[in-house]
Design a protein around this ligand. Structure first.
Ligand code: NAP
Length: 367
């Protein structure tokens, strides 16, 4: 099967690099188009990324180094690439003003490109699905309505949620899917510096320190799970009414991997700790059933050691796509406490975006 040629907008950034590394040997998709800011445009990817490659040991396919980076704001370049057969859809990993990203992503969709975005700009657009492929794959049903409302023929926009919420949203969803009502959650996140993009916070702010504030992050951590757990009603995705989430978000001196310390309250029926661990250990969803290439075999890995999960030891579990949970224990105020951990630039960004694209290909939205 010929691979589908894809473009990465923001290819030089922290998340863009992760896309290139994860797509290097992808069975379905091949990166043939790279775009970034006017600062990088016109340079080869090798020169544009020189000195700031940050995707760990992963590297792009060899041909990417010689691609000439285009200006992501110049849509005519992407249209030309599509005509030349080198860009069928785009992953958006841009970091610019929210309004600029919103407009630019819409311009790509209007020009006929499926846009799979990591940016927050469209997360609250009512007819744009915010996908975690294991949790709400059916929200893609809204795509035809989105296209119809905007008179887009082939183009559309789907987004990924914020990078920190997968460490608790997937485990919480697994409990809900098993029939337990989750009423309230208090979560404290410990978020890696790579979550802020490159070069990230100043080293003098981060070394020997914890910063108890990440702009806008607590609001996202509290609200986004409700859209993901919501349902399509008419032309919109309507939020679930609960769980209510209260979040404290902290930046910590860790390179990759967001940790979440969670206390959770159930409704009338409360599972035992063993039942919770069984539900998480057994949890499988559509991406696993379909054996999508980027899907982890076990979306949730339960660690029994008293001191796990830890970012350095657990963030790369199952290609960086699994959520590791541990310290599952009773809560004296609510019902259950646990610690969740996921890789922010893989599960929480590029890997999650690729999994969404695989799901969309399976569903026939990308070809
Ligand atoms: P980043 O490292 O700062 O990279 C930003 C990218 O956007 C670069 O390729 C940059 O190109 C490009 N860019 C900047 N200004 C531009 C402009 N005016 N026009 C066109 N392109 C422009 O950011 P990141 O961490 O990769 O994040 C990318 C997106 O993913 C953001 O929306 C972020 O919120 C989201 N996200 C990040 C994470 C994470 O863990 N880091 C997780 C989930 C979601 P140049 O290199 O040419 O400047």
């Amino acid at each position: 099967m010929a691979k589908i040629p894809v473009g990465v907008l923001g290819a030089t950034g922290m998340v863009g690099q992760q896309y290139l590394a994860l797509l290097a040997n992808h069975p379905w998709f091949e990166v043939r188009y790279a775009a970034a800011s006017p600062r990088s445009a016109g340079k080869t990817y090798r020169d544009a990324a020189a000195g700031r490659w940050n995707a760990g040991a992963g590297l792009p396919q060899d041909s990417v180094w010689d691609l000439v980076v285009k200006d992501a704001n110049d849509i005519s370049q992407a249209v030309k690439a599509r005509e030349e057969g080198t860009c069928a859809f785009v992953f958006s990993a841009l970091e610019m003003g929210k309004d600029e990203i919103r407009q630019l992503e819409e311009t790509y969709a209007a020009a006929g490109f499926p846009v799979i975005s990591n940016a927050s700009a469209h997360r609250w657009t009512a007819d744009v699905p915010m996908l975690i492929a294991e949790v709400n794959p059916g929200h893609t049903d809204i795509i035809p309505l989105q296209q119809k409302a905007r008179r887009w023929d082939r183009g559309f926009i789907v987004v990924k949620p914020n990078c920190s919420i997968q460490s608790y949203t997937t485990p919480v969803y697994a409990l809900i899917a098993a029939g337990y009502d989750v009423k309230r959650i208090i979560v404290s996140t410990l978020q890696a510096v790579s979550g802020a993009g490159y070069p990230g916070p100043a080293s003098l702010d981060m070394l020997d320190n914890v910063v108890p504030y990440i702009g806008g992050e607590e609001e996202k951590s509290e609200a986004e799970p409700l859209k993901i757990l919501g349902s399509i009603q008419g032309n919109a995705i309507v939020n679930a009414e609960r769980p209510a989430v209260s979040a404290h978000c902290n930046r910590v001196p860790v390179t990759d991997g967001h940790t979440a310390c969670v206390s959770l309250e159930f409704g009338a029926e409360k599972p035992s700790l063993d039942e919770v661990k069984r539900i998480w250990g057994d949890f499988r969803a559509l991406p696993q059933e379909l054996k999508l290439p980027m899907a982890p075999e076990r979306p949730i890995i339960v660690r029994e050691e008293e001191n796990r999960p830890q970012p350095r030891k657990d963030r790369d579990a199952d290609k960086g796509m699994a959520v590791s949970v541990g310290r599952v224990r009773p809560c004296k105020v609510f019902d259950l406490r646990f610690v969740g951990l996921s890789h922010n630039t893989i599960r929480g960004a590029a890997g999650g975006g690729i999994l969404n694209a695989e799901l969309l290909k399976h569903q026939g939205y990308i070809s």
